[in-house]
Ligand binder design. Sequence first.
Ligand SMILES: CC(=O)N[C@H]1[C@@H](OP(=O)(O)OP(=O)(O)OC[C@H]2O[C@@H](n3ccc(=O)[nH]c3=O)[C@H](O)[C@@H]2O)O[C@H](CO)[C@@H](O)[C@@H]1O[C@H](C)C(=O)N[C@@H](C)C(=O)N[C@H](CCC(=O)O)C(=O)O
Ligand SMILES: Nc1ncnc2c1ncn2[C@@H]1O[C@H](COP(=O)(O)OP(=O)(O)OP(=O)(O)O)[C@@H](O)[C@H]1O
Ligand SMILES: N[C@H](CCC[C@H](N)C(=O)O)C(=O)O
Ligand SMILES: [Mg+2]
Length: 492
Amino acid sequence: MKLQTLLEVLPFYTVQGKGNPDITDLKNHHEKVTSGDLFICIKGSDVDSHTLAKEAEQRGAVAVLSEVPLNLGIPVVMVHDTRRAMAILSDYFYNQPSRDLLLIGVTGTNGKTTTTHIIETVLNSAGRKTGAIGTLYVKTGDEIEESKNTTPDSLTLQQTFSKFIEKGIDSAVMEVSSHALYQGRVHGCDYDIAVFTNLTQDHLDYHSSMEEYRSAKGLLFSQLGNTYSKGSPKYAIINIDDPSADYFIYSTASHVITYGLNQHAHFRAENLILQANGTQFKLVTPCGEYQVSLKLSGQFNVYNTLAAIASSYVAGIPLPSILSAIEEIKGVSGRFELVDAGQDYSVIVDYAHTPDSLENVLKTIKTVTTGKIITVVGCGGNRDTLKRPIMANVACRYSQKVFFTSDNPRNENPKLIIDDMLMGVPKEEAEKYEVILDRKEAIFRAVSNARKGDTVLIAGKGHETYQIIGDRVTNFDDREVAIEGIKMRIIE
Ligand SMILES: CC(=O)N[C@H]1[C@@H](OP(=O)(O)OP(=O)(O)OC[C@H]2O[C@@H](n3ccc(=O)[nH]c3=O)[C@H](O)[C@@H]2O)O[C@H](CO)[C@@H](O)[C@@H]1O[C@H](C)C(=O)N[C@@H](C)C(=O)N[C@H](CCC(=O)O)C(=O)O
Ligand SMILES: Nc1ncnc2c1ncn2[C@@H]1O[C@H](COP(=O)(O)OP(=O)(O)OP(=O)(O)O)[C@@H](O)[C@H]1O
Ligand SMILES: N[C@H](CCC[C@H](N)C(=O)O)C(=O)O
Ligand SMILES: [Mg+2]
């Protein structure tokens, strides 16, 4: 595509230098640039890639998108905001691929990975070829790629959609993080269905307040479009039981479909039976009532399931097909995952890394455990510090024994992270906890403390197969370490 043709989608720009080269591809990382590319400069939080434009030119870039004039021998297209322009240009360059997909976006503090996984399973089992984008992976048919971010940058995202189309995929379900919404990674995405799971505290290192965090999430619903505009109808699927439900309902001009336990919800669960190895409930919908039996545990998974049912239904899948697919789902990697090495107590690895998710998971464990609850938990470094004391408080409130340990300390001192956590533990709970900085040792100690009927919760890292200490990433998998600890104890 000629540079001038590509630029037609931008409202305003100026060009420094002459020429109208053919653009063979778009790149936003200088090391990926090859001959014929347009290199997009971004003033990032770690790197300002305007400083790498010269190198991009040397690698073969034929034009550059920039926010400032640059001294190069190739055309420099100047715009006010390169991040925003990148989203618009990427969408256009790759032929607006999201318009050819049934596109479902899921946002909320907790439950995005689980809800997208359920939707993906339902759509696939109904014969729709479904791509998935989220924390665990980017899945294109049978091809699975590990993801760097929950939601990729706008260029990578549009390239992924384009690949989906190439591979004959017709539907896509993706997690949309608040960072992504705030940074415009999903500008240019033509969503058909947007799902809100819940809003509780997280990421206050990045968003300056809960209001700002909420408004970032609201962008998914305001960009959903108008129900009465051309094309197929758009749907906002909202958890009506969440205190922020109204905010999201009034953020959108699309159809609003609600779910929850509330009697006004369009998709509602009644008569819940919560067990360690599954959940039963009556599903009440405007088009009939059904008895549902899940292999997933926890009331929070009832919410995730309702969100997935409502989304799949408005996507055109009949309820009986939705339910038969959902009833087969065994779980999601690292979410309430039972670790079984033949021991007579339960060990659960869970990705709870927010106060709300930790409380939800512990509440679930409390309803199904006959013995003690032993929790291993830490908080990530270089992340929201305000959640630390709250998580520690929750851990002590629901457990008989707590091992505070390191999560991913990143560039923070692990001891100081735990000090922040301990601020949330009341004096009378001081007997309950021990601080063991080494996560492996903490897990070993927790399992050796467990007796018949107890439950050990290892929280915070779920599916992660690494630990980040400083800038070093080493192999670490809570599930493998737990098995090692359990086996060692059995031999003892
Ligand atoms: C704070 C934050 O969100 N940072 C994200 C942001 O970085 P950035 O745009 O500021 O990029 P940067 O690293 O400063 O680089 C700027 C530019 O220089 C380019 N570059 C950089 C280095 C180089 O050698 N050459 C080069 O050309 C980069 O490609 C980029 O275009 O955009 C990048 C691309 O989209 C993200 O990878 C990066 O995520 C970092 C790794 C991160 O940790 N993000 C977390 C906080 C995050 O986004 N998390 C959410 C999930 C939260 C949840 O699940 O609840 C997520 O969506 O993943
Ligand atoms: N609907 C929910 N409400 C509250 N907590 C939940 C819900 N669903 C899952 N959880 C808890 O949150 C943890 C993370 O779940 P999940 O990975 O599905 O969320 P996520 O929104 O994708 O998280 P992230 O933002 O880190 O990608 C789970 O391990 C569980 O403890
Ligand atoms: N998406 C979340 C994941 C946190 C997981 C936890 N293990 C940590 O490293 O803090 C984040 O990036 O804040
Ligand atoms: Mg996720």
